[in-house]
Write a protein that binds this ligand. Structure first.
Ligand code: EPU
Length: 340
């Protein structure tokens, strides 16, 4: 079933709470509904959005926004592995709640991430050392180029850090369902940050890890919908080791010999530096510009403090990027997708 609203205000359909409109807001409940939008999508006059939790609308959208309400969940066993197929419109955290309650490990680190199942596969969401791609078996979608239904194994989805085939070829695929493989031999992953410490003596069951992640997130992230945001606004930059050493030396000169730049080593001598640290050292933590702000508990997140316009957010974004670039010579890239 398809429902359509014309000239629709999407303030409540994007977590940044940008007060903008779209020409048409379209909701669909089944795979077969999607065929009627294929031409519009191919022509770039329509876009699929989930809960709008990783988007910044920079103004009114002149096309159609297509919102999946394909629900349902199917569970089957493959030996000891559980295969769960969920509709793209399902709220992702409902799926996590289900698997944790079933004592199945794999998704619990992704607790409380806003958004839908389909968007999770597009965005390759990640938190606390786990990315969606680690548990995705395949993605069922409609390919608007070939005009066929296709089931892409995760290996064919070009997954990387917040990257995928679906992001590389915008508007080509409409995700209708995602299958996750929760291995019977999976053990909870608790080595990221203070997750192990937070669990203390509690056994690391999927439910206990879910509860711990929930607590940690609640302490750091702005509460939705009271404070509008789109989660991490910037990606954590990845630099070559020489570049990291340059930044470490700069930090020693600037802030004294005890200063250690937090970092994570990646393959091929690459180093990931938390953008939150760079932004904090530029003095932006908790700062406000108009009605936009840098979240005081986690400076990687830009927030709408109430009535912020897209211009307010973009102005703050540009100021943060310039500061980090001037001070550290690193260019921050937004993680949030901008939609004009
Ligand atoms: N940090 C600071 N100052 C702060 C806060 C953090 O310097 O005020 C530094 C610390 O060194 C800390 C490091 O930043 O150790 C990393 O912080 P955190 O573990 O919270 O992770 P993050 O890099 O800020 C990433 C994801 C989040 C995800 C968390 C937890 C990206 C862009 N963001 O954030 O994802 O929840 O890890 O795994 O990779 C999102 O994508 O929207 C999102 C919220």
């Amino acid at each position: 079933m398809v429902t359509v609203a014309e000239d629709f205000n999407i303030r409540h359909n994007n977590t940044f709470a940008m007060d903008v409109t779209c020409r048409r807001w379209v909701e669909y409940t089944s795979e077969s509904d999607v065929w009627q939008f294929v031409d519009e999508l191919s022509a770039g006059r329509a876009k699929c959005i989930g809960e709008g939790s990783n988007l910044l609308f920079t103004g009114d959208y002149t096309g159609s926004l297509l919102h999946s309400r394909i629900m349902g969940m199917d569970v089957e066993m493959d030996g000891r592995d559980m295969l769960i197929t969920a509709g793209s419109g399902m709220h992702f955290d409902d799926l996590v709640a289900h698997t944790a309650a079933a004592n199945r490990s794999g998704l619990e680190n992704l607790t409380d991430i806003p958004g839908q199942v389909g968007a999770a596969a597009v965005q390759n969401i990640g938190a606390y050392g786990v990315e969606a791609k680690d548990v995705i078996e395949s993605v069922r979608c409609i390919d608007t180029h070939t005009r066929r239904v296709t089931v892409l194994p995760a290996a064919d989805c070009a997954y990387g850090y917040r990257e995928s085939l679906f992001k590389n070829e915008p508007n080509r695929f409409v995700v209708v369902a995602v299958t996750f493989r929760l291995s019977g031999s999976a053990v909870p992953r608790i080595d990221y940050g203070n997750l192990r410490e937070r669990l203390g003596d509690t056994a690391a069951t999927p439910q206990a890890v879910r509860d711990a992640v929930r607590e940690i997130r609640a302490e750091k992230l702005p509460p939705l919908p009271e404070v509008g945001s789109a989660g991490s606004f910037f990606k954590n930059p990845v630099v070559a080791e020489e570049e990291f050493i340059r930044i470490q030396n700069l930090a020693l000169q600037e802030w004294g010999e005890d200063t250690r730049v937090p970092h994570y080593m990646l393959p091929d001598s690459m180093v990931k530096i938390p953008a939150a640290w760079l932004i904090e050292r530029c003095g932006w933590k908790g700062k406000q510009l108009g009605n936009a702000g840098v979240w005081h508990k986690q400076p990687l997140i830009l927030v709408n403090l109430g009535g912020a316009s897209p211009d307010d957010i973009v102005e703050l974004e540009n100021r943060v990027i310039s500061s980090v670039s001037e001070r550290f010579g690193i260019h921050l890239s937004p993680e949030v997708e901008h939609i004009a």
